[in-house]
Design a protein around this ligand. Structure first.
Ligand code: KE4
Length: 430
């Protein structure tokens, strides 16, 4: 297990006394891989430097948000300029129009968009909007799908397939998940059963169009179109949670890549340029049901914050001017092929799931097509790989069930170095 430096250890001790688990988001605590986290001092391009001065090539990239890498000059300059004009007004600014315009231009499923401050807030609001617009209460989500810490979606599958969910965490009353149905991802039969039984009461399906939170799992061929047809047939709404895939898989996210247009889209991460901003948008008739034009309430003090708008706009304009997706896909493919060869050479069974520049290497023998198959992974082996790579100065996600992201700041040299390190580590953990 990689031992972090003295400064990180000191800060870790202090953090534990001040912040629950020492972190402001659980996954950062290394609970899934053991050991203690490095404390970051700074980031530049594709690397971060910890408080002890050690450099790490970064494949977390703020959980996918930093598609242009750390401290991109155009983003830094945009934030600096905006900051000098004030940090928040609670009054409309042109920056909100400009970012909204870019989002509407890029996403086929978005005619109007509402800015909020986190993916969780965007998801929570989109669910409320779907229920308010359809006057229905039931929501369908997929096992292994993560949409932020929304009470009604922190739910585990009920006793039987397509039955009502039970709370997935303490603190969520059973009544909050009784209107949620959890079905397996890539399982049309379960969905058909749910709609046969409750179709006219289902407000929406919310789906990660490419799952990132069970590790990367692609939709089976035709699955997204199946969701589109099924929801249209029953008058339910289709919500694509594109917090990860939005601007990651292309300028139009997964809906552009797969050619399936949802009724509502949730965005976050990349569109905030690394600052707290997210959004939900969709068909005008649905979005106009939101206050102040309609009866569904939602609000936020820092929604559309000018610094976050400036950062997001700088990122989106950079992506629009010169879409990097072919390059990002090539870098990711090379990385995946290198891992495949390293694992084969060490005789370690892995399954690799990659869509564009998001990928997961599962330490398992069987194909990973849903949460049940993802969970068969050898998480101990992943932990050993994670720490081995950390020792080589390469920081992957501290969980098997997350994605690895490259950015435009990752170079061929860095990818080659990562592959070489993986070869060494795979030998060591075989
Ligand atoms: P936030 O509330 O964390 O901004 O977004 C929630 C969210 C919504 N939808 C999807 C598809 C997401 O992946 C997320 C958050 N992603 C996790 C990591 N996979 C964020 C990392 C964390 O929780 O610290």
């Amino acid at each position: 297990m990689h031992a972090t430096g003295r400064q990180s250890q000191e800060l870790w001790k202090r953090a534990q006394a001040l912040i629950p688990g020492g972190v402001n988001s659980p996954v950062r605590a290394f609970g899934a891989v053991g050991g203690t986290p490095v404390f970051v001092d700074s980031g530049a391009r594709c690397s971060v430097k910890d408080v002890d001065g050690k450099q790490y090539v970064d494949y977390v990239m703020s959980w996918g948000a930093l598609i242009l890498g750390h401290a991109h000059p155009r983003v830094v300059e945009a934030i600096r300029t905006a900051c000098e004009k004030g940090t928040s007004f609670g009054m409309p600014t042109e920056a909100e129009n400009l970012l909204a315009q870019r989002v509407v231009e890029c996403f086929p499923g978005i005619d109007r968009v509402r800015m909020v401050s986190s993916g969780t807030e965007a998801v929570m609001s989109s669910i409320r909007l779907a229920r308010g617009f359809t006057d229905r209460e039931l929501v369908i989500k997929f096992e292994g799908g993560y949409h932020g810490h929304v009470d009604s979606l922190l739910a585990s599958a009920g006793s039987g397939v397509a039955t009502f969910a039970i709370p997935g965490t303490k603190g969520v009353p059973a009544s909050f998940t009784e209107k949620t149905i959890v079905v397996p991802y890539n399982d049309p039969e379960s969905l058909t059963r749910a709609f046969d039984q409750y179709g006219e009461k289902i407000a929406c399906i919310i789906v990660e169009p490419v799952a990132g939170n069970m590790g990367v799992v692609a939709p089976a061929a035709g699955f997204l179109q199946f969701l589109r047809d099924l929801t249209s047939k029953h008058g339910s709404l289709l919500i694509f949670d594109e917090v990860i895939t939005g601007f990651r898989l292309g300028l139009s996210g997964a809906q552009g890549l797969f050619g399936v247009t949802p009724d509502l889209t949730v965005l976050g991460k990349i569109m905030g340029g690394g600052l707290p901003a997210a959004a939900y948008g969709g068909r005008s008739d649905i979005m106009l049901a939101l206050a102040p034009t309609g009866p569904v309430y939602q609000a936020g003090t820092l929604s559309g914050n000018p610094l976050a708008m400036a950062a997001g706009l700088a990122v989106l304009e950079t992506l629009i001017e010169d879409p990097p997706y072919t390059r990002l896909g090539t870098l990711s493919r090379t990385l995946g092929e290198g891992f495949r060869d390293a694992a084969a050479k060490a005789g370690i069974a892995i399954q690799q799931n990659r869509v564009g520049s998001m990928q997961t290497m599962f330490f398992t023998t069987d194909a990973v097509t849903d949460y049940a198959s993802a969970k068969k992974s050898d998480t101990d082996k992943y932990a050993k790989f994670f720490h081995g790579m950390l020792g080589e100065g390469i920081h992957f996600a501290p969980s098997q069930f997350e994605a690895a992201f490259v950015s435009t700041a990752h170079t061929d040299e860095v990818i080659d170095r990562t592959i070489a390190a993986a070869g060494k580590v795979m030998e060591a953990i075989r």
